[in-house]
Every structure is written in C-alpha cells, then in structure tokens.
Design a protein around this ligand. Structure first.
Ligand SMILES: Nc1ncnc2c1ncn2[C@@H]1O[C@H](COP(=O)(O)OP(=O)(O)OP(=O)(O)O)[C@@H](O)[C@H]1O
Ligand SMILES: [Mg+2]
Length: 182
C-alpha cells in the first residue's frame, strides 16, 4: 500500500515572547492508504498541535511532513491551500463551523472552493448530513444545534471533498457512545 502521510523527526516549539514552549520532540509516523491511526495522550501533550502540523495549518520547528509524495515544507502558501482543500479533511476539536451559515451551507463550503456545480454540492451535502442523522437539521445554524449535532456537521464537512487524508481531533468527544461508534 502507498504511504499517504509521513512525518520525519518533527519537533515543535511555540514562542511566547522570548520564552520557547517545547511541545513535540522528534516525532516519526507513517500512515499507509486505508490505514487508521489513533494518536493518544493526556490533555496538553500535543495531539492538536500535531494535527495542525499535518494539516499544514502550522509549520514544524524542525523535521518534515510529507503528504502523498510532496514535502510540505517546500510548498508555497497557494500549493498548501490546494492540498488542504483537496486532499485533507479536518474535523476540528472546536468544530470551527461558520456561525452565520446553515448546516447545509457549512458542508457545501469546501465544495464551493473546489468549484463543484451547485446541484451536485447541494445533493452531496444533504446526503452526508442524512448519513450522519441530520437530514432534518440541514437548515439550522450552528447555534440552533446541540454540541453533538455541531460535531456531526463538522464531520460531514470534512468528508465533503472525499479527502485522501481525514484528520479528526477528538471527533467523538461530544457524542454519546452509541452515536460515536456509528
Ligand atoms: N498557540 C500556542 N502558543 C503557546 N503554547 C501553545 C499554543 N497552542 C498550544 N500550546 C501549548 O502546547 C501544549 C499542547 O497543546 P495541544 O492543544 O496540542 O494539546 P492536546 O494534546 O491537543 O490537549 P487536549 O487533549 O486538551 O486537546 C499545551 O501545553 C499548550 O499549552
Ligand atoms: Mg487537543
């Protein structure tokens, strides 16, 4: 199987003024196509930090992140944005839904950026919401949804462009165990 994600000797420190806050130390990881990997650790150990690096929202202090066959440290902002848009789906720990848009429009948004025709994206978004048990909540805005429903909208949005890599930061944290398993 093809390796879709490779992390080589990645370290990350945050900088607060002159103070360096070291978080990740020489992380190595390879994930093959079709593989499912879970990153576990206590609160504050750096899981979200690593996810943000993998999704190219942030850059490592040292080391390499390779997505497909591309070393992301060598890519321009525009190329990174393209990879994020097409190849990576991200379910954020805090959802990051757009509050003025309905569930339906939130799920459509990544497809808008990929120029998917309207009829197709409307159908796809509603199909995903229905699959996640939210077919009757498509016209609700995030504030009109429960926490677990918001999380499921975020999952639907992450799946919208059928990404090669799906990153999920505690994606079942707000769901009851049965819905989480489903
Ligand atoms: N922007 C930032 N600037 C400075 N320090 C940060 C920043 N973001 C995170 N940190 C610190 O980095 C460490 C790792 O944070 P991170 O959010 O990656 O943890 P986590 O493993 O996802 O925790 P949780 O399980 O609580 O979500 C924490 O100690 C945090 O205080
Ligand atoms: Mg976290």
């Amino acid at each position: 199987m093809r390796t879709v994600l490779k992390i080589e000797e990645v370290s990350k420190s945050y900088h607060l003024g002159r103070l360096a806050v070291p978080v990740l130390h020489d992380i190595n990881l390879a994930v093959k196509e079709g593989e499912f990997a879970a990153i576990m650790g206590p609160s504050g150990s750096g899981k979200s930090t690593l996810m943000n690096l993998i999704s190219c929202l942030d850059q490592p202090t040292s080391g390499k992140i390779i997505i497909g066959d591309r070393d992301t440290s060598l890519l321009s902002e525009i190329e990174l944005a393209r990879i994020r848009g097409k190849k990576i789906g991200f379910v954020f720990q805090t959802f990051n839904l757009i509050s003025r848009l309905t569930a339906q429009k939130n799920v459509e948004l990544p497809m808008v950026y990929q120029d998917i025709p309207k009829a197709q994206r409307v159908k796809k978004a509603l199909g995903l919401l229905t699959m996640l048990g939210l077919g009757d909540r498509a016209d609700h805005k995030p504030a009109e949804l429960s926490g677990g429903q918001r999380q499921r909208v975020a999952i639907a949005r992450a799946l919208a462009n059928e990404p090669e890599v799906l990153l999920a930061d505690e994606p079942t944290g707000n769901l009851d165990s049965r819905t989480g398993r489903k």
